[in-house]
Ligand binder design. Structure first.
Ligand SMILES: NC(=O)c1ccc[n+]([C@@H]2O[C@H](COP(=O)([O-])OP(=O)(O)OC[C@H]3O[C@@H](n4cnc5c(N)ncnc54)[C@H](OP(=O)(O)O)[C@@H]3O)[C@@H](O)[C@H]2O)c1
Length: 344
């Protein structure tokens, strides 16, 4: 378990901010006044913040940002884990010192974040108690990707006897989706590049290369047929599943929409789904490998890595008091780290 210590006075907070929309180059670390928890809110001293594609997608240009209600100057990052350090009037369910994780839309990469004690990621932010047995880096990966995977699984409802094709299976959502489908008793075939094969096998999936000819390769692996599909990258997997005769009702997408196919959205995950994922992680029935973690000062390098879209599992930003922070740059171009990520 990580040790926590407060290094920054609670009156100020380092926060990643952007004063213009764009790529990683617009991200800077600022010293800002630390807000106090208001009515119905708690303040969390953030120890770790997990990255997701939505973080850099929604801050990439003004039009996209406006769709998410963001204006400049904006914060960055949504998934967080940490410790409650202040309770606002009327906020219930939490005590100072509680370990928590959750989502705070585009403001999580900061020493302190204010969230509603009973909110949603998009409305006020949310918080969940971190179970014993989950370290903060791992807790900081759960909310967005875990809910998206749970929502996708709920659409196709895999079980014993199913063969599920999962596209983009080695990514942040993929690690959850593959393992949840396996825990449900299904056989899983996961798409990835050649460098992802061993990683996919380690999660319990049979790897298959994405790209032209996907349906034929899947047919070769599963002559008996595929019964469900989850496309976590775009539309290729969903289209291949249709080609393989999978019924539209048993296909879902999370990153694109296709007429006739029900998309899944993490915001619609069933109540309790995230807590169940956290329980599975705490009991080691589901694991979330951390591909890389960066000190907050290296936010631009971390986002560049995540935005390359070839990370296995999750990238995490270390904030206050997290122990064992590995300093990046990583092992050097061409090297492969413990999660199988090849540094370029
Ligand atoms: N609707 C929602 O609620 C929701 C929630 C979370 C995420 N999302 C969206 O879902 C998508 C996946 O999120 P994520 O966090 O899993 O992303 P991610 O971690 O960045 O995904 C990286 C993975 O994508 C794979 N990949 C790269 N190119 C691919 C291709 N052409 N075909 C198939 N896979 C490919 C990579 O595999 P290789 O390394 O083997 O190339 C890598 O493992 C994103 O678009 C994200 O915005 C939606």
């Amino acid at each position: 378990m990580q040790q926590h210590s407060t290094r920054t006075p609670a009156s100020t907070s380092r926060a990643v901010r952007l004063e213009s929309f764009g790529g990683p180059e617009v991200l800077d670390l600022h010293e800002v006044p630390a807000q106090r928890a208001g009515t119905g809110q708690i303040r969390v001293r953030v120890t770790a913040a997990g990255l997701n594609p939505m973080d850099w997608f929604m801050t990439s240009d003004a039009e996209t940002a406006a769709r998410f209600g963001l204006s400049l100057p904006a914060g960055f990052g949504t998934d967080y884990a940490g410790v409650v350090d202040q309770i606002g009037d009327g906020a219930t369910g939490f005590t100072t010192g509680d370990r928590v994780y959750g989502g705070a839309l585009s403001r999580a990469v900061a020493d302190f974040v204010i969230v509603a004690a009973a909110g949603t990621i998009a409305e006020g932010g949310d918080a969940h108690h971190t179970p014993d047995g989950i370290d903060d880096r791992t807790a900081a990966t759960l909310a967005i990707a875990g809910c998206a995977a749970a929502a996708a699984l709920a659409v196709v409802d895999p079980g014993p006897g199913d063969t599920v094709l999962i596209g983009g299976a080695a990514g942040g959502v993929g690690v959850f989706a593959v393992q949840l489908a396996r825990l449900a008793g299904a056989r899983v075939i996961g798409t990835g590049s050649a460098t992802s094969s061993d990683f996919l096998r380690s999660l319990g999936a049979e790897p298959v290369a994405y790209g032209d000819g996907l349906a034929d390769r899947v047919r070769g692996l599963a002559p008996g047929g595929v019964t469900a599909a989850i496309d976590l990258h775009g539309t290729e997997t969903a289209q291949a599943a249709r080609e393989l005769g999978v019924a539209d009702a048993r296909i879902t997408t999370i990153a694109a929409q296709i007429d006739g196919i029900t998309p899944a959205n993490g915001a619609n995950a069933a109540p309790g789904a995230l807590e169940e994922i956290a329980r599975l992680v705490a009991t080691n029935e589901l694991r979330v490998p951390i591909a890389a973690h960066f000190p907050v000062e290296q936010i631009r390098a971390a986002v560049e890595l995540q935005a390359g879209r070839h990370v296995h599992s999750k990238v995490v930003i270390d904030l206050q008091g997290i122990s064992g922070a590995r300093r990046f740059p990583g092992p050097g171009a061409g090297a492969t780290d413990s999660a199988g990520f090849v540094w370029r």
